[in-house]
Design a protein around this ligand. Structure first.
Ligand SMILES: Nc1ncnc2c1ncn2[C@@H]1O[C@H](COP(=O)(O)OP(=O)(O)O)[C@@H](O)[C@H]1O
Ligand SMILES: [Mg+2]
Length: 282
């Protein structure tokens, strides 16, 4: 990350950022955005022709995105004027060293955290004018999340965890929500476990519930932050196959943070985070 002095409007003390992100995740289990900027040349999803996403409406677009926090040694610049545009249905991998700001970027793009400067459009809407409730309403049914540590609600069963984001989606009726949740659990091979609590499930099973939760509302964008980071290789491989299969079904854009080069290669495009900046990789 960079250490340049603050010149921006707003510097957080950082307190509460993670809590806010966790709260938002528990409430919805999902998140998305819209593209644009220096890295705006994007391939169409699934190997289609190269297209300029500035000419189409990006599903997630960040422009000049900067995040600064107050640290013990003064202002720390975690993200430094990041530009990003992700086309509908596109899969983008973000790689970079631990502490380089990848999770911070995802949290901003999904509207879980506030930038110090710059702008974000998600699913066609600017995030800046929206308060927390407005951002939650924007995410509901349109934005999904999968995290390294699953982040299921421990006091809810698998089915209840998957139902949560559906219940926040105004257009889905109660009976319909249950049908969709059960279909999503069946899709990830856990229909027999829908009454189980997270503690009664293995790590891989918990992540499958989290994937069912993320995809049940048919989101336009899925954010995944090192989704296999807590799983063994074989289990992680199965989780990734599932993630890509469901993404294909949903036609959702995927913004994936990963340390795994093989996984990054499965995406349409790779970006590297370093020194607070985001750059196109080969
Ligand atoms: N709210 C905060 N306050 C202070 N420092 C933070 C805050 N959030 C993140 N950081 C720091 O910013 C850097 C980037 O963090 P993070 O986005 O989690 O990186 P990554 O996901 O790439 O490992 C780290 O050094 C982290 O300690
Ligand atoms: Mg991280």
């Amino acid at each position: 990350m960079g250490t340049r002095p603050a010149q921006a409007n707003q510097v957080d003390d950082g307190a509460g950022d993670q809590a806010a992100a966790h709260h938002a995740n528990e409430a919805e289990g999902v998140g998305a955005g819209e593209p644009g900027g220096a890295t705006a040349r994007a391939e169409a999803p699934h190997g289609g022709p190269t297209q300029d996403t500035t000419a189409t409406e990006a599903i997630c677009r960040a422009t000049g995105l900067t995040k600064q926090v107050n640290g013990p040694e003064g202002v720390l610049t975690i993200l430094d004027r990041v530009d990003l545009a992700v086309a509908p249905g596109e899969a983008v991998a973000i790689v970079g060293a631990s502490g380089s700001g990848k999770s911070t970027l995802l949290g901003l793009l999904a509207g879980l955290d506030r930038a110090s400067a710059g702008s974000i459009r998600l699913c066609g809407e600017a995030l800046e004018p929206l308060d927390e409730d407005g951002r939650a309403a924007l995410r509901a049914g349109r934005v999904g999340f999968v995290f390294q540590n699953f982040q299921l609600i421990p006091t809810l069963t698998a089915r209840e965890n998957v139902l949560l984001p559906l219940e926040l989606t105004a257009t889905v009726q109660a009976g319909e929500a249950r049908r969709i949740a059960d279909a999503a659990l069946e899709r990830v091979g856990l229909d027999e476990r829908r009454g189980h609590y997270p503690r009664q499930l293995s790590g891989g099973e918990q992540q499958r519930v989290a994937i069912a939760r993320a995809f049940a509302p048919s989101p336009a964008v899925l954010f995944a932050d090192e989704p296999t980071g807590n799983l063994d290789e074989a289990t992680g491989g199965r989780i990734i196959d599932l993630l890509f299969a469901l993404r294909e079904d949903a036609g959702a854009a995927l913004i994936l943070v990963t340390h795994d080069p093989a996984l990054a290669q499965r995406c349409d495009r790779r970006l590297g985070m370093s020194g607070g900046r985001l750059e196109a990789l080969g």
